[in-house]
Design a protein around this ligand. Structure first.
Ligand SMILES: Nc1nc2c(ncn2[C@@H]2O[C@H](COP(=O)(O)OP(=O)(O)OP(=O)(O)O)[C@@H](O)[C@H]2O)c(=O)[nH]1
Ligand SMILES: [Zn+2]
Length: 211
């Protein structure tokens, strides 16, 4: 593992002022971020989110997925608790990259589901890795997580990598007509532990932009 800490700074957001820790993955050339709030190195389990990059959902307000809604909700919950960590991992499109994700969306526009689209492009359904969190957790002094996710494979992969996941905290938000089919496929084919009835609607989620 070749993750190297580079620098840390403040990051004011509508919910709290986080500390932003920047890391470089020397093997892949990717930059990864951890946002922390409060004392995360005190040995107590930390409320955490391991979020994979989704430029379309996180930055461009896409309603095809639930990523942007989950990102916002996770930061809000960490702020409410006054303590926590959010890893922002640069593995766009479940690891296939942005341009291939657009190719996959094109196939989905023509009727494929999210898994079939990946497979038609010659990729596995999910190429992400989570072991890169280990050196970042070590750097931050975090010993265990209460992980916000619906994805049991994420919990398994982190556990396999040696991360102590004390609890899985569901994160079901952002359901809307554009992502209903996608969320059903995630539950049905990718094993996400959620039912559409668990979700808050996207219309109930405010994009908060407090000065
Ligand atoms: N290849 C591909 N990637 C997608 C698609 N929709 C979203 N993504 C990517 O999927 C990743 C997020 O994965 P999700 O399955 O939504 O969520 P998760 O992180 O596995 O699980 P949660 O922790 O419950 O959110 C991001 O990297 C997105 O860019 C899609 O249709 N095709
Ligand atoms: Zn997304």
């Amino acid at each position: 593992m070749t993750i190297r800490f580079i620098a840390a700074s403040q990051l004011p957001t509508p919910w709290a002022t986080f500390i932003m820790h920047g890391f470089e993955d020397e093997a892949t050339g990717k930059d990864h971020i951890a946002l922390t709030l409060g004392d995360v190195a005190d040995g107590e389990p930390v409320l955490g989110r391991v979020h994979s990059e989704c430029l379309t959902g996180d930055a461009l307000f896409s309603m095809r997925c639930d990523c942007g809604f989950q990102l916002q909700e996770a930061l809000k919950r960490i702020a409410e608790e006054g303590r926590g960590v959010l890893f922002y991992l640069r593995q766009e499109g479940r690891g296939i990259g942005l341009l291939n994700k657009i190719r996959a969306y094109q196939l989905q526009d023509a009727g494929a589901d999210t898994v079939e689209a990946n497979e038609q492009l010659g990729f596995a359904a999910d190429l992400r890795r989570y072991d890169l969190c280990v050196p970042m957790l070590d750097h931050l002094g975090i010993t265990s997580l209460r992980l916000m996710t619906n994805n049991p494979r994420k919990v398994d992969a982190l556990t396999q990598a040696g991360v102590v996941v004390m609890e899985r905290v569901p994160l079901t938000t952002g359901l809307n007509p554009h992502n209903e089919q996608y969320l059903s496929t995630k539950a049905g084919k990718l094993g996400h532990m959620m039912a559409l009835g668990d979700f808050t609607q996207a219309s109930d989620v405010d994009i908060e932009r407090k000065p």
